[in-house]
Design a protein around this ligand. Structure first.
Ligand code: XLS
Ligand code: NI
Ligand code: NI
Length: 440
């Protein structure tokens, strides 16, 4: 097999003083943090669609990058195999142990389902060989149910039962592939599960159908031996004006309403949380406190732009708060998928390396700083103490135990006279603690 990323080396940890652009400054896979290796805390994954599929096309202009990876023609099975070769070489050189895929990232879609499925069989055979050779594993698979024009009104939420059935067929095959490749999870990102206008939409009808499709997927997945988690990946908008899996809280409500809690968790994406008007940390917290933090799509949005820019993460405050939430939730059953792409003018193979080095170092720093915040203890102690009156008073304990009555609370208030002010929130002090932990 010929080397695709010629002149690009295996990237190694060289430490914060290194000036070598093709080295990790902070990601040191074997370094132990809070009793576990960095590489175990940070199960990084490569997103097939961005890393191998995205050549920089946007609505205003054509591709800037060459992602043929040596194939004579793109959109062919030869190209699909070249992507596999490139992907595995790339992951090995970066030390990435997982990948994520949509069905049609792997092979070009054919005119019939049978033909597309045959192509998927062929490519997954080829991928399996590479996986055995390299030890690289599948984090999750999914079906792309938003690109083809048939999905203009959604998949499970489509007004057309034929489209619903087509989506079912794609999910069935994507699950087959995920199980074949030993995937840890299966994702539903409701790309077009939403609406453009309520004037033509029966929201309840559509949501019931999405849930029905998910139930079928669970039943089929379990029947073929899929043991992993199903995930919903929330996103509030784009491509649709409104998407049903708006944010973590909404998706959790949906999962519970339709009895899917046993099989589903969330795949939280940073840029989606911010599009929903939350911080990334907020959606991670909501998922974590509900026992539903399964996997994470890591990327970064742009403060000034209102869409999913999918940048490689470099904001270390953000990655720190992400790792803080993950550590607090006891880790991930899934992983950290770089659902991120190079900026269009960064179009060379070397830029792909720089992007992953940036992202992996940002999360290594995030892990180091999150552990430091926890070890420092001032933040956690402050939060605990802030609610102390629920432990130190009889009525507080009764309220927490669900044994207090409204009359009892009211009587205590009368006895107190004017309610005293609660303790100060001390936000500025806490923010300065974070800066101190970061830069001391
Ligand atoms: C798009 C989503 C998508 C999912 C997988 O915004 O992030 O890439 O992760 O379908
Ligand atoms: Ni995503
Ligand atoms: Ni996204």
């Amino acid at each position: 097999m010929t080397e695709i990323f010629r002149n690009l080396p295996k990237v190694r940890y060289e430490g914060a003083d290194s000036k070598n652009p093709l080295s990790f400054k902070f990601y040191d896979p074997d370094r132990v943090i809070l009793g576990k290796k960095m590489s175990e805390h940070l199960p990084f994954a490569m997103a097939w669609w961005h890393a191998l599929g995205n050549a920089g096309k946007d609505i205003f202009g054509d591709s800037t990058a060459d992602k043929a990876f040596g194939a004579a023609e793109t959109g062919t099975m030869e190209h699909a195999k070249a992507k596999v070769d490139a992907g595995f070489e790339f992951m090995q050189k970066l030390g990435i142990r997982y990948f994520c895929f949509h069905d049609i990232d792997l092979v070009p879609e054919a005119d019939t389902l049978e033909e597309t499925n045959a192509r998927l069989d062929e490519i997954t055979d080829y991928m399996l060989e590479k996986m055995k050779e390299t030890g690289i594993r599948n984090l999750w698979g999914t079906a792309n149910m938003f690109f083809n024009p048939r999905f203009m009104n959604g998949a499970g939420s489509s007004n057309s039962v034929d489209v619903f059935c087509h989506a079912a067929a794609q999910i069935k095959k994507a699950l087959d592939c995920t199980v074949k490749l030993g995937g840890r999870g299966y994702v539903f990102w409701g790309g077009r599960e939403g609406y453009e206008t309520l004037l033509n939409t029966d929201v309840r009808f559509e949501q019931e159908n999405i849930a029905a499709l998910m139930r079928m997927a669970v039943k089929y997945g379990r029947s073929i031996g899929f043991k992993g988690n199903f995930y919903i990946e929330p996103k509030p908008k784009e491509p649709m004006k409104h998407q049903y899996d708006y944010d973590a809280a909404t998706a959790i409500g949906f999962i519970r309403q339709y009895g899917l809690s046993k099989d589903f968790k969330l795949n939280v994406e940073s840029n989606h949380a911010t599009l929903a008007g939350h911080t990334f940390q907020h959606d991670l917290r909501i998922a974590g406190m509900n026992g539903m933090l399964g996997s994470v799509d890591i990327n970064q949005g742009d403060l000034l732009l209102g869409w999913d820019t999918d940048e490689f993460p470099y904001d270390v405050y953000e990655s720190t708060m992400c790792m803080y939430e993950i550590l607090k939730a006891g880790g991930l059953s899934g992983g950290l998928n770089f659902d991120a792409k190079n900026r269009r003018p960064s179009y060379t193979p070397e830029d792909m390396f720089h992007a992953f080095i940036l992202g992996m170092d940002s999360f290594a720093l995030g892990l180091i700083k999150a552990a430091a915040i926890i070890e420092d203890g001032r933040i956690d102690t402050f939060v605990k103490d802030r609610y102390a009156s629920y432990q130190t008073t009889g009525i507080g304990r009764k309220i927490r135990a669900g044994e207090a009555t409204l009359e009892e609370c009211a009587a205590i208030a009368v006895g107190n006279g004017n309610a005293p002010l609660p303790g100060s929130g001390r936000q500025e002090y806490l923010e300065s603690v974070i800066n101190q932990v970061f830069f001391k």
